[in-house]
Design a protein around this ligand. Sequence first.
Ligand SMILES: [Zn+2]
Length: 133
Amino acid sequence: MKTELQNKLFDKYPKIFVQKDLEIDTGDGWYNILDTLCGQIQNLNLLERFNVEATQVKEKFGGLRFYYNGGDEFIEGLTSMAEAISNRTCEECGSPGTQNNAGWVRTRCPSYWSAVALQNQAHQDSLKVKNKK
Ligand SMILES: [Zn+2]
């Protein structure tokens, strides 16, 4: 995630992002999901019900992974919902997305996938030209 967005989350949720060396290792498209998740968690942190601290935030198998210390089953539910939504949200731009089912799994929107298809086509075409020579 670009530094500017990451810092926005760190500034808004200082009770969650206590670890100074933490890096949000996802695309910018999941900013709103993280913002919503942290908003919910921080409200509970402020009510002193919990003391949830993020330990690692990253992408894995095309989905968001939000690891933390503290919390309870309710926080587990919130996190699991956020992770499930990320599986249907383009990690690059935040539009509704789908996952590829080959190779490195990623979650991207239709315009990303059609750009990839065009690139692959251009690559195939250039190979054909080369082979003809
Ligand atoms: Zn996208």
